[in-house]
Design a protein around this ligand. Sequence first.
Ligand SMILES: NC(=O)c1ccc[n+]([C@@H]2O[C@H](COP(=O)([O-])OP(=O)(O)OC[C@H]3O[C@@H](n4cnc5c(N)ncnc54)[C@H](OP(=O)(O)O)[C@@H]3O)[C@@H](O)[C@H]2O)c1
Length: 273
Amino acid sequence: MEQLTLLNGKEIPVLGYGTWQNVDPSECVDGVVNALKAGYRHIDTAQMYGNETLVGEGIRKSGVPREEIFLTTKIDNVNHAYEDTLKSVDESLRALGTDYLDLMLIHWPVVSGHEEDWRESNIQTWRALEDAHEAGKIRSIGLSNFKVEHLENLLPHCRVKPVINQLRLHPGVLQAETVALSREAGMAIQAWSPLSPISQMKEDAQVLKMTEKYNKSIAQLLLRYGIEKNYIPLTKSVHAARITENAQIFDFSLEAEDLAYLDTWHWDGDIFL
Ligand SMILES: NC(=O)c1ccc[n+]([C@@H]2O[C@H](COP(=O)([O-])OP(=O)(O)OC[C@H]3O[C@@H](n4cnc5c(N)ncnc54)[C@H](OP(=O)(O)O)[C@@H]3O)[C@@H](O)[C@H]2O)c1
């Protein structure tokens, strides 16, 4: 799997296997095992997903050595603030059955109970991540769903710079200003829910023509689009065949006119950001 070098010199595989909504125990464990079998070396979970224990089990069951895997989790909204964040880092390590995390993110910038004081609460939460990083528990720290105003608030207070902003990104949801500011600050961009447009695109004659032209599925076109945009797409399936299909995106590239079509494609779905 190709890698991208983060601001702090660490490498991250350019495609990740996501685990959101994988709460059925055998589906979650088998999903992780199948992803590692299919060649993924980057797994994304979160405290909020309630499946860290299952993800850890999948990693161990796969037989792939821990050090070959880039493992991410995220601070749950209920753990904002210094002490709760620090405690939750240890809980995540225990649940995942590992003694270090490759990446830990603040999952959301404005959370219930901190609608008024989110500015200070993000600074304190980040300080806890910096301390856990310096203690060797987390190799890289980053952000998720941070938009311009959240970045502008936090960045001047960072002792350790965030290396990632994980955002919802796919044709129809480009978040151009947020992506630009994140990149200016040196962050790499991960893309969540990259396959959202699939059902709408099944009715799109232009996209269907592209599937024939490249001999690739809509899912593969969408994931390749993420790679061409220099995002790190995260994708989830509980089906072994789809997990494999979604990783077969490194043997083609999209031509400029097709990229331009996807860049200006209109998304009819609801936007949950
Ligand atoms: N930071 C955040 O706030 C945030 C928010 C959301 C997600 N995430 C992360 O990003 C990851 C990816 O997002 P996502 O879970 O929404 O994933 P996604 O890959 O965009 O979409 C997953 C959905 O597409 C289906 N699917 C997967 N491969 C397919 C294929 N080849 N053909 C047709 N359908 C396919 C899956 O169904 P089956 O499982 O039935 O195949 C599932 O319903 C998450 O799992 C999570 O780790 C982060």
